[in-house]
Design a protein. Structure first.
Length: 386
């Protein structure tokens, strides 16, 4: 799977369980404000739906169908992949721990999940921001994909979906395209076009349920280098505020399954490099960085059968990110061919940033940043195969 398709698959699955809502009825030229959006969002406690996601990149197309049950108040959810890649995969969360079952490997990964309460605020800002932009062309913040539980694909991690947003403002084109029916529900269609240098997401269309203002369909265009991928997710058979029994959010691993728990199955955030390095048995990259840059934060999380190790360095205003997918060997197909030390690599554009990507010893590495204040290639070369 190409680098672009890996990133977009992570993007799509991050957006599957995003929230939005507002129950006010409004005229064609009037939109609810943030407080009204939040009021109805607060009344949306649970949802059940079949979510179908189609992804197209070049001449390739994939589709995945998932049954989703979620309690927004408690953070509990249950996701079952019904068809497509990872068919049979099941994820269940009780709000603090997630069981991720892969039937093909007969493995259950137990993952400590971070607090998802911020998802509500991000979605309120997203929907209210689009309404404000349509109303008077004046909005702050950004429109993007809310953080949410994901179905990890081999070689991907939630961290792959960084900077998946469109900044709101005068350079953003926001248009209302009227209303359309989505699986029998009336939805307002909002289309966004961003400047070419705004980020990974170049354009997006949302179909927002007119009663609940929940985004029941989204179409996202992402460009990495010269590779453009379009992903469309649609909610079908949607039920708002259904009642669930407690068994929906419990999971008993099959008796023969291997249960993986601990650092390989835990999302960890670290404010000190030494703490991160001590939390994993994998080698952590230690790049040479300019004198005015220092370690800001890091993260370890599952990625396929290995780990994603992310390090962020900053000088207080600019930053760059180093990522090592430990135990994940990727095919590099996009961008300009370069050498990273003695290893072949690629330089690709990633929205407003650029990235240097290479593989070594069964691991995949990347350095991502603006590239105008720090030589990403020099940083990559200093890492080599660490």
């Amino acid at each position: 799977m190409s680098t672009a398709r890996r990133i977009v698959l992570a993007l799509v699955l991050l957006g599957v369980l995003g929230l939005a809502g507002c129950a006010l009825q409004f005229s064609e030229d009037s939109y609810p404000d943030e407080s009204e959006v939040r009021d109805t969002l607060d009344s949306l406690e649970t949802i059940e739906a079949d979510v179908v996601t189609e992804q197209r990149s070049g001449g390739n197309a994939t589709a995945i169908s998932m049954h989703v049950v979620q309690n927004f108040d408690t953070g509990e959810f249950r996701v079952t992949v019904q068809s497509g890649p990872n068919r049979g995969t099941t994820m269940v969360s009780n709000g603090s721990r997630m069981w991720y079952y892969q039937p093909e490997q007969n493995v259950v990964r137990v993952i400590a999940v971070p607090d998802a309460s911020g998802n509500v605020n991000r979605t309120v800002e997203m929907v209210a921001g689009m309404y404000d932009q349509l109303e008077d062309g004046d909005a702050d913040g950004s429109v993007g994909i809310s953080a949410a539980p994901t179905v990890p694909a081999a070689g991907t991690s939630a961290g792959s979906a960084q900077d998946l947003s469109i900044p709101l403002g005068e350079n953003l084109s926001v248009e209302s395209s009227g209303t359309e029916a989505v699986d029998g529900r009336e939805a307002r269609v909002i289309h966004l076009d961003a400047p070419a240098d705004s980020g990974l997401v170049q354009n997006a269309t949302y179909w927002i349920d007119r009663e609940w203002h929940f985004p029941i369909r989204s179409r996202i265009g992402v460009q990495v280098g010269n590779d453009t991928t379009v992903a469309t997710s649609t909610y079908r058979n949607v039920s708002y505020n259904p009642s669930f029994d407690g068994e929906q959010f419990t999971f008993d691993p099959p008796a023969t399954a291997r249960v993986v728990e601990g650092v390989n199955g835990t999302v960890g955030q670290y404010e000190r490099y030494s703490a991160l390095a001590s939390a994993t048995d994998r080698d952590v990259p230690e790049p040479s960085v300019p004198d005015d840059y220092e370690f800001e934060t890091g993260q370890i999380q599952p990625a396929g059968d290995g780990q994603s190790i992310t390090l962020i360095y900053s000088d207080g205003s600019d930053s760059f990110t180093v990522t090592k997918l430990a135990g994940v060997d990727s095919d590099l197909e996009n961008g300009e061919r370069i050498d990273v030390g003695s290893k072949p690599g690629r330089r690709v554009s990633v929205g407003a940033n650029e990235a240097v990507v290479w593989t070594c010893g069964g691991n995949t590495y990347s350095v991502v940043g603006a590239g105008d204040t720090v030589s990403l290639h020099d940083v990559a070369t200093s890492i080599g195969c660490q």
